[in-house]
Design a protein around this ligand. Structure first.
Ligand code: MG
Ligand code: MG
Length: 320
């Protein structure tokens, strides 16, 4: 759905969902439904789900060692969710590919050139691997969703740079939300930063609104496109977004494996993924999937953001 090349619009999908924008979804370029804004009380409830997701991912970090398996990581996350009466959001998630099974695990575990939606397995991780762990849960009626890419033992400097750049693209987005009025301004900063570092923003999968459902409007791309500018997202109090840059070392082109889930880069070079659930409040952005409450330090001006300057403010005449 979001393509800025202006040739053939290719679909983008919220990570872990390949439904919106396909058959039955809005036509490319059509106005999308408005996001459901959350009250301060609802955001406080979402923080509880976010805290449990953060706790689960924190436990997973202890397993980021050679010899551990992604199945071990699955067990740890499932145990944390049980401990908190949290409902796992990924387990049983239906595939949009006809005849393919629902997602079989509580976490997505995507190793090296696997971008997203990898299925945990019993293969021991080895030094030099990277593994992206994505998970989400619901507590009461409210969801949290977060992802992290972990280094196993010592990794090569270029892969470390990939992790650093991907994480920084998420962090700079969160900081920029404090002063930007529209998501396209944030997405422009993310995209320009990643490109300035010589890497590629995966465009097929995007972030998403989140609330009582894991995937709500709007779609949250990590790059600027004509459809985004046409349906730009106003950063207003009550908006809650799962922001999740996926960055690859050699190409943005991806394909899905025969298991119907695992997405890999076409050149089989590494890819990284970081995600936080972030609420806009009257006091600015608040990260709901941090382990501890932590204030966001806003960038004071675009010049403080890494990478080239953002593009001029897009034309707002076409706001829905
Ligand atoms: Mg997500
Ligand atoms: Mg996620």
């Amino acid at each position: 759905m979001f393509s800025h090349r202006g040739i053939v619009p290719r679909p983008s999908f919220p990570s872990f969902l390949a439904g919106m924008g396909r058959k039955g979804g809005p036509l490319p370029g059509a106005p999308r439904p408005a996001p459901k804004l959350k009250s301060p009380r609802e955001i406080a409830l979402m923080r509880e789900a976010g805290r449990v997701v953060a706790k689960a991912l924190d436990r997973v970090r202890e397993l980021a060692v050679p010899g551990a398996t992604t199945a071990d990581m699955e067990d740890v996350v499932a145990a944390v969710f049980r401990e908190h009466d949290a409902i796992p959001l990924f387990l049983g998630y239906p595939s949009t590919v006809k005849g393919k099974s629902p997602f079989p695990a509580v976490i997505c575990a995507s190793i090296n050139h696997h971008v997203v939606h990898g299925i945990p397995n019993r293969r021991p991780l080895k030094a030099g691997d990277i593994v992206s762990i994505d998970t989400g849960c619901k507590i009461g009626s409210w969801c949290g969703d977060s992802a992290v890419t972990l280094a196993i033992g010592e990794i090569s400097p270029d892969v470390q740079k990939l992790l650093d750049v991907t994480l920084e693209s998420l962090n700079l987005a969160i900081r920029a939300m404090a002063r930007c009025r529209y998501w396209s301004e944030v997405a422009s900063l993310m995209e320009r930063y990643v490109k300035s570092q010589g890497f590629y923003v995966i465009e097929k999968f995007v972030g998403h609104g989140i609330g009582q459902d894991m995937h709500e409007e709007p779609q949250v791309p990590n790059f600027v496109s004509k459809p985004l500018l046409k349906n730009d997202i106003r950063l207003e109090p009550g908006l809650v977004l799962a922001i999740e840059p996926m960055v690859a070392m050699g190409t943005k082109e991806v394909r899905t494996l025969d298991d119907g889930w695992t997405v890999e880069t076409k050149d089989r070079r590494p890819s990284a993924h970081f995600e936080h659930t972030v609420a806009m409040t009257l006091d600015g952005p608040r990260v709901l999937t941090y382990l501890e409450d932590e204030a966001v330090t806003p960038t004071a001006s675009p010049s403080q953001a890494p990478g080239p300057e953002p593009s001029p403010t897009p034309d707002r005449d076409k706001q829905p």
